[in-house]
Write a protein of this length. Sequence first.
Length: 478
Amino acid sequence: MKTCPLAMKKLYVLLTLSLSFSFAGFAQNGPTEGPGYYFNGFQHYRTKNVDSALYFIRLLASDKKYLPTLEDLLHNSFAQSFIKRTDSDFVNEAQKQYYLKDVETARILLPAMMADKNAGLKKAVQPVYYWARVQENENNDALLRELVAEFINTQLSTTDMYTNRVGRYALLIHRVIAPKKSLEATANELLKPVITNLKNNQVTGIEGAARPLLIKRAWYRFLYAYSNSVQGKALLAENRIKEAGPYLKTAFEYSPDITDKNVQYSFFYDLFFLTNKEDITFQDEYIDYLTKNSGNKQETLSALMTTALVNTSFKDQLKTFYNNNFPGRESFNDYWIKSINQQAQKAPAVSLKLMDGSQFSSSKQKNKWILLDFWGTWCGPCRREHPDLEKFYKNISTASTGKITLVTIACLDNEKNVSGYMTQNKYSFPVAMSDKRVEKSYNINSYPSKVLISPQGKYLVVPFGIDWVDFVKKYADL
């Protein structure tokens, strides 16, 4: 059961409350045994009845098939109880009191889980336990050394840092002890194997890869980028400028790319725990470093381009830097489109009959961008963005005619439903029914999904959860 990203100040309390309400709904309809029911049962009782909460989490830990849900519950929800907060983090007093009550019961639940007879539950919650103990004893250097040594021996003895988010907790513990000069050696002893492991477990060869592999790739890349960023910024703070460069460069290179952005939920909670932010890029840190410390304009240009291709808000900065420092070269627009095509994939041909009776063929869209939108009437997020899609279609039909073509493809649907939906909402954007092959050729496994094809026949997937209209306009220079 995946939980949704929420605004930072509201993330913890609203997450817990919403799941409690969900459990109440289950209860009204009668119990439905299974991981979702156990998940919601724990959330419902965690601040009300410790014994009941333990009952449900033991059920969740009783079957190996439920382990992904158990991990989600422990590491994306329950562990939030141990994030230290200040008064400014709360919207009102009621929210603060709820948090304090949750912390109180979490401190009872955590040792109870560690002492449980179920070995799977104990193993799953161990990383949270060590992190909580380190925070509780941040002023006891001797005990911190013991706890870190135990963590290294029990949690870092495996090469798998993804299960139970061991890598995340190692970095959280490092964040507590790293500022203490007296624990410098201990902090380095912890961080070194973590970085080595993250480096050695990077996922490669992702073309056509299934979503679980892409999720793991994004997670390992983010944590590796974060750990290098930490080292680089620590060196900058000591004015060791030259030594900081390689770490900041590595953080830049492993910062979330477009592929990662499409599965950003895979590291959303790690991002939140480690940075207290909902979005981050390590690329701007390296660009700032190059701007201040490097005379290599080509290296700065390359970094700006890599960043702008992921975060289009950097495109104007890139354009200014290019025009000011590389006069006499090809135009910026030519440089931009060439860079897009170098990192994009060859687009499979698309030939579909539109619902108005006309035929769409990607091979006949010469010198034009193509935006393919995969959706369905059954898809709530698809329907919610359709007013913006309709506005975008009308805009390109007038202001950008001849430059880009939009085709939407209704998937897992039927023509009657789609036609009725379009008529009811008075939408005019072009629709084709899927031939059940096109989404497979583009490896579409979530909806809505958008694919942008360049005039040269190369494609990329538009990252989900961003301002897609701005992204497309910046990419295609509309």
